[in-house]
Design a protein around this ligand. Structure first.
Ligand code: BTN
Length: 247
């Protein structure tokens, strides 16, 4: 078991909302866990739907002593921790084809289906980082998805056919996160994991489209930015820029 303090709730509007409201009284590495969300938030104003009691819904509160400009890289180490945690609980139950992969920067996929989304929200006080709230939603036992996402979404159950206990997965993710967090703060960034991250990158060395331009994904750099090669020139892509895999 990890020594993270886990604050458990039955129903919340959103664990990220609760974490932000309570951030002033929470400590570094406190976790807000809920069985159900009534207004789960996704990125870009989207809604995040989980099934009550079947999926992992949590927000991690962080108060790291790091420069504000590297905060966005925390999403990358959380995605890695989710993949590591998934591999632990699914050990030997899947083949290489079904290895958890990352769609930079926020999504974890298993066999091309999104099983996890990450929403990172931060408060800055000048140069200082007030708090970072990392919301993680993992589809664990859900087998049916809202029609708006049914083509893209999957769960551990649908992708691996496994019945995994939410608490076990949470524990493995937090254990993996703890190792990454320590190294991240020590190295002041993601330089320590570039190769392992790129090996999990779904589009690494593949053709991708960025705003209708075709390029080749060359992985992340030391700042955690995604590099894409267009006509022999490397450009870095900002999170939020539309990027799809070329057919
Ligand atoms: C995305 O893929 O758009 C990000 C989804 C993040 C969902 C999680 S569930 C726990 C936490 N609370 C929220 O309201 N959202 C995040």
């Amino acid at each position: 078991m990890t020594n993270y303090r886990i604050l458990r709730y039955d129903t919340l509007e959103s664990t990220n909302k609760k974490a932000k409201e309570c951030a002033h009284i929470l400590k570094d590495k406190d976790v807000i866990l809920a069985k159900e969300q009534t207004d789960g938030k996704g990125r870009m104003g989207r809604t995040w739907i989980s099934q009550r009691g079947a999926d992992l819904i949590m927000s991690l509160v962080l108060k790291p002593k790091i420069p504000a400009e590297i905060v966005s890289q925390i999403t990358l180490i959380v995605a890695m921790a989710v993949c590591d945690g998934l591999e632990k609980v699914g050990k030997n139950a899947y083949d290489r084809e079904a290895r958890p992969l990352i769609k930079w920067p926020n999504d974890v996929l298993i066999s091309s289906k999104k099983v996890c989304g990450i929403l990172t929200e931060s408060l800055f006080m000048g140069e200082r980082v007030g708090y970072v709230v990392v919301g993680v939603g993992v589809n664990v036992g859900s087998e049916e998805f809202h029609f708006s996402i049914e083509k893209k979404a999957g769960s551990i159950k649908t992708q691996w056919g496994l019945d995994i206990k939410i608490e076990k997965l949470l524990d493995e993710i937090l254990k993996a996160f703890d190792k990454h967090y320590e190294r991240f703060v020590e190295c002041q960034g993601v330089k320590y994991l570039i190769d392992s991250y790129n090996s999990r990158l779904v589009s690494f060395n593949k053709e991708v489209f960025v705003k209708d331009r075709k390029g080749i994904c060359r992985g992340i750099n030391e700042k955690g930015e995604l590099m894409v090669e267009f006509d022999d020139e490397i450009e870095t892509i900002c999170a939020g820029e539309v990027m799809t895999e070329a057919k």
